[in-house]
Write a protein that binds this ligand. Structure first.
Ligand SMILES: *[C@@H]1O[C@H](CO)[C@@H](O)[C@H](O)[C@H]1NC(C)=O
Length: 461
């Protein structure tokens, strides 16, 4: 550098120093990324009652994941009031008598989080595993609640405390708990996008928004950002399955399907981003299953649902009724569920405590991905193994899509099922009720006539 140049004003010189420093920082950042430890085992779960025994952590610790993802109902923060059959709690007919919930005070919430966090099994998992997560309704603060819930600001802080989010994290300053993470070295990266399906959500049945504007803008940026081998989108509620369409009008579930416009927007965003390797994980429904949708992005979109780290549907009824629950599960029509002979039960759902397991074999050629739901012993109850090539745009032949009107598995919506199939649960239920009523009337009539005849006979005697 000659004198003339060196004397070119200190401003320019400082500018160069700053640029140099920035380049150095970016370079170290990149080299750090290059050496980020490989992530090949990810586990997730949802619906964990802090006051229940939690044997599932042992199986999780044995699975030895590098990352564990909470998908909501991480605690049961709200309070369930006993439901009354003939009181005000009743909405419409005894079977629609939904239990009512009330929010807890923030002290109670803190106490419940403390109980969850100090569970010995969970504490042991945390020693070796990076824990991240989002929330669903019961840790958000109220059953089925959305944007209208007033406790959301306080409860956001409590969830982030539970997850050990640093005090200066931007996640503590935004509206909602959505976040994204990238794990692993360049070329073998796993991106995890966690959605907030509560903070901005419009009322059920409004067909309004689930994510809200700010989160949509953020998500679009995340999906269009640098590629990753795998992108896991965590949603507390199911994305692919629209169970309500097949269980209504008996009972209903929350899901993206209940917000059809919002669901289409999500699929279109993923398709437009041309991003390979996207899959969903979800919770909420108190059972586990794997569903798959082939008609959105040019490759199968999987949704691995694990629900019930403790609160699973079979746990809520006496053992004698487990068979009935499995029968109902078998009977519930689903166009999206992955059916496989290797499932534990023929319904390919699992209503006992479970967790989700994702394993990536980076050394296989081509690389492979295993998605599973596992039981409290760590054994697989339903799973799919695939090559990562299958999750690339164009892996599905678009010509193979169904001819107009023809029903196609993993593509046709539940609402398009023939009504006799779609409503078979309800038909069976109401038929059973009707037959029982008729039988009761018949018996009463028979009993009365027998008594009458006896009386008459008595008179003549
Ligand atoms: C899901 O089911 C509900 C209830 O039957 C229905 O209103 C909604 O349109 C369905 N959504 C999709 C995407 O099929």
């Amino acid at each position: 550098m000659n004198l003339r140049k060196a004397s070119m004003g200190s401003g320019r010189w400082w500018g160069m120093v700053v640029i140099g420093a920035v380049v150095a920082v970016v370079a170290t950042g990149a080299s750090q990324k290059k050496h980020d430890p490989l992530v090949s085992r990810i586990a997730f779960g949802s619906c964990s009652d802090q006051s229940h025994p939690q044997p599932v952590w042992n199986a999780l610790i044995n699975f030895d994941p590098q990352v564990f993802i909470w998908l909501g109902d991480n605690i049961y923060g709200d309070i369930k009031r006993p439901f009354k059959v003939f009181g005000k709690e009743r909405t419409f007919g005894p079977w629609k008598n939904a239990p009512r919930f009330v929010p807890s005070s923030s002290q109670e919430m803190e106490f419940k989080y403390k109980k969850a966090k100090t569970n010995p099994g969970y504490s042991r998992l945390r020693e070796k595993t990076k824990v991240i997560g989002t929330w669903d309704d019961h840790d958000y603060g109220l059953n089925d609640a959305g944007k209208e819930f007033s406790g959301k600001i306080t409860n956001q802080r409590l969830l982030l405390d539970f997850l050990d989010e640093p005090q200066d994290s931007p996640r503590r300053k935004q509206d909602g708990v959505y976040a994204s993470y990238t794990f692993g070295p360049v070329g073998r990266q796993v991106k995890v996008i966690l959605l907030d399906t509560r903070y901005h959500r419009d009322p059920l049945l409004s067909d309004g928004t689930i994510l809200g504007n700010s989160q949509w803008t953020w998500l679009e940026k995340e999906l269009n950002g640098p590629a990753s081998a795998i992108t896991i989108i965590g949603s507390s509620i199911q994305v692919i399955s629209n169970l309500s369409a097949a269980t209504g009008p008996l009972f209903s579930f929350e899901s993206w399907g209940r917000f059809p416009k919002e669901r289409d927007r999500l699929f279109k965003l993923i398709a437009d981003s041309k991003r390979d390797g996207v899959l969903f994980i979800s919770g909420d429904v108190h059972f586990g299953e794997i569903t798959r949708y082939d008609c959105a992005t040019g490759y199968p979109l999987y949704d691995v649902t694990s629900s019930g780290l403790t609160k699973a549907v079979e746990e809520t009824v006496p053992p004698a009724l487990h068979l009935i629950i499995r029968f109902v599960a078998r009977l519930t029509p689903s166009t999206m569920r992955v059916m496989d002979q290797n499932c534990r039960y023929s319904s390919c759902t699992y209503g006992q405590p479970n967790f989700g397991a994702i394993e990536i074999d980076w050394d296989a050629t081509p690389m492979t991905l295993k998605i599973e739901v596992r039981d409290v012993n760590g054994l697989t109850v339903t799973g799919v193994k695939m090559s990562l090539l299958e999750l690339q745009v164009g892996s599905l032949d678009p010509v193979a899509t169904a001819k107009a009107g023809e029903h196609r598995r993993h593509c046709s919506l539940e609402v398009d099922l023939p009504w006799l199939i779609r409503y078979r649960l309800a038909i069976l239920f109401y038929s059973a009720v009707a037959i029982s009523l008729l039988a009761l009337i018949g018996f009463t009539y028979a009993a009365i006539s027998i008594v009458r005849r006896c009386l008459r006979k008595h008179k003549y005697d």
